[in-house]
Design a protein. Structure first.
Length: 224
């Protein structure tokens, strides 16, 4: 079930979108706090955003820019301003499509299906991975936790990515080493230990002391 975040100032329109798309089997949430749209995004982790341009506090272009700093999730702009300048601005800011108000709900659902099909049938997965409130962004190799953003090195990212992809399971040291180095036969096992310890120290600094657990004699896994 795809999750869709609706960021629409007109409550009547937002409710109509929610009811209509839920009939198609989507999980819908409507933003209510327009001063903290990014916080809602980080909590809900949508696979698509429907973004109005005219919003209180900050406009839709601003929030699109903020989302693009952490994710490549598809964004469809919705606006009554259909002039070329707004359409071009929406695309340049990172939008994937533009729908002019008033719009037919069937047209909306068709565009939503097309965008999701393009984004996820090809990619195969979302650009965000989540575990117990910790968000790993595959696009820019960052970790998000309680409004804190941790930029990861290549090795740190590869270690935590394989653990996120296998959440709930133990990943052997051998498999992690294969992800980090093409031929682990020529790598001292202590090198992996050093990398894990360095990553744990960085995670501890943002309140994630126990995110990576050691399974003695086997490997590592994420805390449950």
């Amino acid at each position: 079930m795809f999750r869709i975040l609706v960021v629409e100032d007109d409550r009547v329109i937002a409710d109509k979108i929610k009811i209509h798309l839920e009939r198609w089997g989507y999980q819908i949430e409507c933003a209510a706090d327009f001063a903290n749209v990014l916080a809602h995004f980080n909590r809900f982790l949508p696979e698509l955003v429907l973004m109005d341009i005219g919003l209180p506090f900050y406009n839709g272009y601003y929030w699109c820019g903020e989302i693009r700093k952490i994710s490549q999730v598809p964004i469809i702009f919705i606006s009554s301003a259909s002039d070329n300048m707004n359409v071009v601005m929406a695309i340049n800011m990172g939008g994937d499509d533009f729908i002019v108000k008033p719009f037919d709900l069937e047209i909306l659902s068709a565009k939503v299906q097309a965008i999701l099909r393009r984004a996820y049938s090809i990619k195969g997965k979302s650009s965000l991975l989540e575990h117990n409130g910790v968000i790993l962004s595959l696009g820019d190799m960052t970790l998000l936790y309680e409004e804190q953003k941790l930029e990861l090195t290549k090795n740190e990212f590869r270690i935590i990515q394989i653990l996120f992809e296998n959440a709930g399971n133990v990943v052997s040291r051998e498999n992690i080493m294969k992800r980090l180095w093409d031929n682990e036969c020529f790598v001292d096992e202590n090198t992996l230990t050093v990398n894990i310890n360095r990553l744990r120290k960085r995670l501890e600094d943002v309140g994630l002391k126990s995110l990576i657990l050691t399974r003695k004699g086997v490997g590592y896994q994420l805390e449950e």
